[in-house]
Ligand binder design. Sequence first.
Ligand code: SAM
Length: 372
Amino acid sequence: MSQTTSQTAESPRPTGADLRRGPFREGDRVQLTDPRGRLHTITLATGASFHTHRGHLQHTQLIGQPDGSVVTSTSGHEYLALRPLLADHVLSMPRGAAVVYPKDAGQIVAMADVFPGARVVEAGVGSGALSMSLLRAVGDGGHLHSFERRADFADIARSNVEGFFGGEHPAWRVTVGDLAEALGDPELGEAPGSVDRVVLDMLAPWECLEACATALAPGGVLIAYVATATQLSRLAEDLRQAGCWTEPSAWESMVRGWHLEGLSVRPEHRMIGHTGFLLTARRLAPGTTPPQRRRRPAPGASDDAGVLVSPWAEDSFDDASLGVRGTSDKKLRRSARDAARIAGARGAAEEAAEDAGADSTGGGPHVAPRDA
Ligand SMILES: C[S@@+](CC[C@H](N)C(=O)[O-])C[C@H]1O[C@@H](n2cnc3c(N)ncnc32)[C@H](O)[C@@H]1O
């Protein structure tokens, strides 16, 4: 016999859940799609109206209607009304800093294993986009401590997050300050070894590694989102240098939309080719050193004595640090000889062709045909 379980009527409702379902109410954010597919987000208020050059519609036409209704403007144009999903909210909300896109937020939650009840540290908070996904993942019983060094960005983030959850989220704490300094602060930060996950989205995450290593519990996950390959490399090398992390793993994700129209079912012509790279590493138990890598480190990753060095220490790029295989002198000499031989052979062939053209009316395969 099968059994199902459900939340009892007495269980407290998760923060913001009630705003995500039921008929449209005053104060709800609603996304209207016009006949040309353009999106307009409005906040419902009695007495207010939505105006476009295609006439207007009263908000009261929507209040009390089910999510997914169609309303008609005074000029007879139809608008589809839907409650914005988290992804819609993130893409339409006011921004201080660039946001983590929903496809990356999903990867962060999944690959950093952000679980209900987890203690998570995040920096910087920026516009609060990622904070919303993290809060949903940790739930009301978890703890998300977001650090942001710009007070003005932190204010925008607070408004965005509260707008989405319909008020303060019980699991969220925002601290204005630099993560590298504030995380270990007895009043502002987190106790050593108490944090399950750290999520970094900032220009120079390597500056915060020491503070993160102290705060993370053994086995805890660090995940960082960076925009460029050079940041990714610097972060990976610094993690290896620190000696208290597992081998970092990095990836990017690309989402390609599909066009679905009758028999024309194919990838969209346009896509977002790049947002950022993700990197994860896990905190080793205190006093543990990373196991020897079986794979030989890339040329330039260690010094003559085999000690790991960061190519970023000298801020220089050369073939060795980029892992480009050099060419031996012997091979160079052979290449030079081969090139000279090919050039000589071509010269000889051209001379022969010229000679043949001068005293013959016939033509070999390399002789240009005469004009008719
Ligand atoms: C790209 S934004 C973060 C966007 C955010 N994840 C979102 O989804 O909305 C980067 C933020 O990190 C902040 N920041 C950079 N370094 C920091 C640090 N060391 N500590 C705290 N915040 C930092 C910046 O002020 C900026 O607001």
